[in-house]
Design a protein around this ligand. Sequence first.
Ligand code: SF4
Length: 165
Amino acid sequence: MDSILAVALLLAALGVVLMVLSSHGRSTRGLGPGRTVALDDRTLYSERLQLVGRPDRIVREGDTLIPEEWKSSRRASDAQRLQLGTYFILIEEEYGARPPHGVIVLGDGSRVVVENTEGLRSKVLAAADAVRRHRRTIREAIPVRQPAAKCRACGRRDACTRANL
Ligand code: SF4
């Protein structure tokens, strides 16, 4: 009986050690706590804003969903913050709940928390608007005006609608 108790205690102790090691391994790789609900396998779209994004990881923390983006860099850049800002909007559109923050996991495993502020949201929407305007004009002809001498010597001038004669 004593030996059964000793084995049970040993297994319990081993379980605790494995849990601690597992948690340590996760944190050294930059993985935070929380249940993973998407691991680079969920593309989010907003037809309304014409935005698209695929977070590296989405984690459930309580009632909220937190996007994580893993980068090999040593510092978080403004572009990476904008990327997270895009995910905030897409997650809100898709799941109906606004993430309070997101995380950029750097190459050394450190975690940079990015707050979901109105300022960041405005920057993302302004950038998305600029892209949309650019897309609208991309099919329009680029106005060109060649020098008159060049057009006069051009063999296509009779058929050209932009000839400078
Ligand atoms: S005539 Fe038309 S095609 Fe020819 S050089 Fe001028 S703009 Fe260009």
